[in-house]
Every structure is written in structure tokens, then in C-alpha cells.
Design a protein around this ligand. Structure first.
Ligand SMILES: NC(=O)c1ccc[n+]([C@@H]2O[C@H](COP(=O)([O-])OP(=O)(O)OC[C@H]3O[C@@H](n4cnc5c(N)ncnc54)[C@H](O)[C@@H]3O)[C@@H](O)[C@H]2O)c1
Length: 324
């Protein structure tokens, strides 16, 4: 692949995934070839690392002009309303999540872009899907507006590939754990908050019940999966809807126990709220054999390795004079 010839636009670059993905793409394609954009301001970690433009992806004309002016060849669309936030304003979530994707797919078709990346989610699955090792192809009856929009989006991606040859690729991310950029209102954010509060206060109140396992992944794995999928030979990509993707599965009490190996006094109390209802409709673990077969996906981080890395970095951020 000729990295130097690609010009990439990242939409939603100031978000939890956007910041780390933009930095990774800049290392790979050269800082000047990766244009970061977002509705909100440029994230501090992006400052000075490459071009940034302010963009509302809902404004199709503005997006189109930007693509032409910057000679964009690939778009990574990360802007979205996430699961928990979406339940508070369903019509807004539907509107933003659908129209942003349709705007991008339409411009990709009109301008013959080389590739498009758009993430789906394990939220496409619902109560009637098999809960453990949820297969790639199975009953899909999402219960949240977020899940409905992701599933509809997957269908649109496949449609644009079949009818207009748009090379759009997608992953059904599990809950993503990271410490660099804050999470944006998802159901699995509890795990990030638990790490932060363990380090800051030694106590966390969880809105997910202690014994509810969910599929999760550490951000470095998610970034690597995204780039490996996008760099894979087009001939190997047999799915243009979205690939199941997995790394680890754990419940709140599992993370708490792992954190206690480093912070023995860490205490967790439980007060499940509306997000617990979302979590109980989602899978507990995911079968990602299709991703493993098609483009050799393999996760690197398990719960122990992730916890060690999270605590190391959060300690550095919160306690400047920590021993090491
Ligand atoms: N974080 C997770 O655990 C997770 C899991 C599964 C799927 N995903 C998907 O990954 C993508 C990125 O998620 P994230 O966690 O980084 O979300 P986030 O909320 O942290 O970031 C989204 C970014 O999009 C921006 N944005 C919102 N509306 C916009 C608009 N109209 N125009 C331009 N920018 C706009 C926001 O300002 C924000 O910076 C989303 O599609 C999300 O559904 C995330």
C-alpha cells in the first residue's frame, strides 16, 4: 500500500477513539496527510501534531467542499451519539447517526474515494441473540436507538458496496477502555470510570450490576484492529457490513478484583440504573472468527495486562509525585 498517496479525513477526531486513531494514522501516513475534524474544539493531545478543521458532518455541502479542497481519498467517520446518551434523545441519535453516515457514503460514491471506515457496535445485538459467543450472522434485534442506527448503518454500508462499489469497512467494537481521551456516553464507560475512581478515591459506585459480563477491548487493540482491517487486501474483505470483533469479557466485579491486586483497599458499591437495562440486552461474549479468518485478527490485551497498563498511566496522570 502506498501510504504517501492517501489523504485521510477523520471526522469526530476529538472523541475517545478519534484522538488515538488520528495519532496512529499520522504516524503511518504522515502528519500532513491526516486531517482531523470535529464539531468541538481540537483535543489537547492533537495540538501541534497535524492539520485540524472544524466540521459539522451533518452539513453535507461543507463536508463535500472539504473533501475536494483537501484532496481527501479516505474518510474515517467516528462522529456519533453513543448508546446511553442516545436513549435520552432517541430522535436526535437516529438523525445524527444515520445522516452522518449517508452524507459520507454519498460523497464517497460521488468522489470515488478509495476507502471509508465507519464503526458499528455490539449494540446491534438484542435479547433474542445468543448471549455467549454471539455469532457473526444471527438474530439481530437491537433494543436501543443506538443499536437500531448501527444495524441500519451496516445495511447501508453493504448497500453502497454492492451497488456503487464503495469500499466501506466496519467493525462491531465491544466496549472500549482507554485513558487518553474521555468516553462519550456509552454503556460500557463504567469500566473506565472504575479505573479512574480507584486511583483518585479508592471507591467507585457502579451503574452496572456486579455480575453482568460485557465484551470489552483495550484501546491499543481497537486501534490496531481498525488499521489492520483498513490495510487488508480488498480481496480478503468478504464482509462490507461489519465484522464481529472481540478481545476480553468481564463483569464489574472481575475488574474490581483485578484492580485490588494493585490497590487492595479499593471498594465498589453498586447502584444499577437505566444503563443496566441496556447492558442486559447485549451479548456477554462475541465470536470473532470471521475477522480472524479474513484479515488475521488477534487481540493482545487480556484483563490483567490491560489493568496493569491502565493503572500505570492513570497513576502518572493523577499522582504527579507517585513513587515510580
Ligand atoms: N467507545 C466505545 O466504547 C465504542 C464502542 C462501540 C462503537 N463505538 C463507535 O465508535 C465511534 C466513535 O466513538 P467514540 O467513543 O470515540 O465517541 P465520542 O463521543 O467520544 O466521540 C465522537 C466525536 O464526534 C464528534 N461529533 C459529534 N457530532 C458531530 C458532528 N455533527 N460533526 C462532527 N463531529 C461530531 C463529537 O464532538 C466527539 O468528539 C462511534 O461511531 C461509536 O458509536 C464506540
Amino acid at each position: 500500500m502506498h501510504h504517501g498517496k492517501e489523504r485521510i479525513l477523520v471526522i469526530g477526531a476529538s472523541g475517545q477513539i478519534g484522538v488515538e486513531l488520528t495519532l496512529a494514522l499520522r504516524r503511518l501516513y504522515g502528519p500532513g496527510n491526516v486531517i482531523a475534524s470535529d464539531l468541538r474544539g481540537e483535543h489537547d493531545l492533537l495540538k501541534g501534531t497535524g492539520p485540524y478543521v472544524s466540521l459539522d458532518v451533518m452539513n453535507k455541502e461543507m463536508l463535500h467542499v472539504l473533501v475536494i479542497r483537501h484532496h481527501i481519498t479516505q474518510i474515517y467517520l467516528l462522529a456519533a451519539i453513543l448508546s446511553a446518551t442516545g436513549e435520552k434523545n432517541p430522535s436526535l441519535a437516529w438523525h445524527i447517526n444515520m445522516q452522518s453516515l449517508l452524507n459520507v457514503l454519498e460523497i464517497a460514491k460521488e468522489e470515488s474515494l478509495h476507502k471509508v471506515y465507519w464503526p458499528s457496535s455490539i449494540a446491534v445485538f438484542g435479547s433474542n441473540s445468543p448471549r455467549e459467543n454471539t455469532p457473526q450472522h444471527t438474530v439481530v434485534e437491537p433494543a436501543t436507538v443506538y443499536g437500531i442506527s448501527k444495524f441500519a448503518g451496516e445495511r447501508w454500508c453493504e448497500y453502497y458496496h454492492r451497488h456503487y462499489r464503495v469500499d466501506v469497512r466496519s467493525l462491531r467494537y465491544p466496549g472500549l477502555i482507554s485513558y487518553k481521551s474521555s468516553p462519550g456516553g456509552g454503556t460500557t464507560d463504567y469500566a473506565i470510570e472504575m479505573f479512574q475512581d480507584a486511583v483518585s478515591y479508592g471507591h467507585y459506585q457502579s451503574y452496572i450490576a456486579e455480575d453482568t459480563p460485557l465484551p470489552m477491548m483495550y484501546m491499543p487493540d481497537a486501534i490496531r484492529a481498525t488499521i489492520e482491517l483498513m490495510e487488508a487486501d480488498a480481496l480478503n474483505i468478504t464482509l462490507h457490513s461489519a465484522y464481529n470483533l472481540a478481545a476480553v469479557s468481564f463483569a464489574p466485579r472481575d475488574v474490581a478484583a483485578e484492580i485490588r491486586k494493585t490497590i487492595p483497599w479499593f471498594r465498589v458499591t453498586y447502584a444499577p440504573d437505566y444503563r443496566q437495562e441496556i447492558a442486559t440486552t447485549w451479548p456477554q461474549s462475541i465470536d470473532d472468527s470471521k475477522a480472524r479468518e479474513d484479515w488475521d485478527w488477534k487481540p493482545e490485551y487480556d484483563l490483567a495486562r490491560m489493568t496493569e497498563d491502565m493503572l500505570k498511566h492513570l497513576n502518572g496522570q493523577h499522582v504527579p509525585d507517585a513513587k515510580n
